[in-house]
Design a protein around this ligand. Structure first.
Ligand code: A3P
Length: 295
């Protein structure tokens, strides 16, 4: 069967979650994946800071050695678990076969689709969450430049799709709630994009302790410096400049776009914001996850 590489894929619903068609086809193999107990899983709803977290973890595992962490593009240093080979040289699963544990594995899957092997092997998992309003703005721009997924369409309807779970990887609300509820039972380190922005050193240290590492102050400072937005934006091994324009067209928007908390204020009208908040209250009632939409 030949695949038209130019066609932008659409969604297929798997257990109620919208996934890109080529990822949905791969999902049974992903579910059966058996990790090594030393593997580290980094989970996030799309556009919540997963690239940032991967870079921090890679540096932590390599004692803050910048050169080592520029050994390869971030997509090679961390495997994207559910990625298929339709638009990449290798699927996440094929890539994992060639990596040596402890491997950094990234996923956007909601918790119910994470392979059970990660829990059976008691792997460490870091989940990074970002407030819904900044996430939807970032996701909107990402759809514009990401040629491997559906187009964004107008902003107004994009926000509607975000609220109703029509975008890839399902609803943000269920995603963040699913991991929050299980974080203690499954020993998941749940971190927030806003906390990373507010006090990166504190959060890098939290991640370090969670990974049972102990690095010097000097190394921690270096990791904080190497993972600022400005430095990652110009790091060719982290800023996705290594992927082709047919994949991410960064002449439209940069992958490292703004990296701010509160950018949503320049996108939402007061009416959109009120409607979004009303929907948010309903979906997030009975749970208190301390999201912040400004610092
Ligand atoms: P913006 O589009 O708001 O700029 P992910 O890696 O999960 O796809 O998330 C991408 C978002 O994280 C983008 O948000 C990107 O700019 C931001 N980001 C990446 N690295 C960052 C860093 N070091 N500091 C702050 N934000 C960062």
């Amino acid at each position: 069967m030949s695949v038209n590489q130019d066609a932008r894929p659409d969604f297929v619903t798997v257990k109620g979650i919208n996934l890109l068609d080529h990822i949905a086809k791969n999902i049974d193999a992903v579910s059966a994946f058996c990790p090594h107990s030393s593997d580290i899983l980094i989970g996030a709803y799309p556009k919540s800071g997963s690239t940032w977290t991967v870079e921090i973890v890679d540096l932590l595992l390599h004692n803050g050695d910048a050169e080592t962490c520029r050994r390869a593009p971030i997509t090679v240093r961390a495997a994207f678990l559910e990625a298929s080979d339709r638009l990449r040289p290798k699927s996440g699963l094929d890539q994992l076969k060639e990596m040596v544990p402890p491997r950094i594995i990234k996923t956007h899957l909601p918790i119910q689709l994470v392979p059970v092997g990660f829990w059976e092997k008691k792997c460490k998992m870091i989940y990074v969450a970002r407030n819904a309003k900044d996430t939807v703005v970032s996701y909107f721009y990402f759809h514009d430049m990401n040629k491997t997924g559906p187009e964004a369409g107008p902003w107004q309807s994009f926000v509607h799709k975000f609220m109703s779970g029509e975008l890839g990887w399902g609803t943000w609300h269920d995603h963040v709630k699913g991991y929050w509820r299980e974080r203690e039972k499954k020993n998941i380190l749940y971190i927030f994009y806003e906390d990373l922005k507010e006090n990166p050193r504190r959060e890098v240290e939290r991640i370090m302790r969670y990974l049972d590492l102990s690095l010097s102050d000097e190394v921690i400072n270096r990791i904080v410096e190497l993972t600022t937005f400005q430095n990652m934006k110009i790091n060719p091994m982290a800023n996705y400049s290594f992927v082709s324009k047919n994949t991410y067209d960064q002449s439209i928007t940069k992958f490292m776009r703004k990296g701010q908390v509160g950018d949503w204020k320049t996108h939402f009208t007061p009416e959109q914001s009120a409607k979004f908040d009303e929907d948010y209250e309903k979906k997030m009632k009975n749970i208190n996850i301390p999201f912040r939409t400004q610092l």
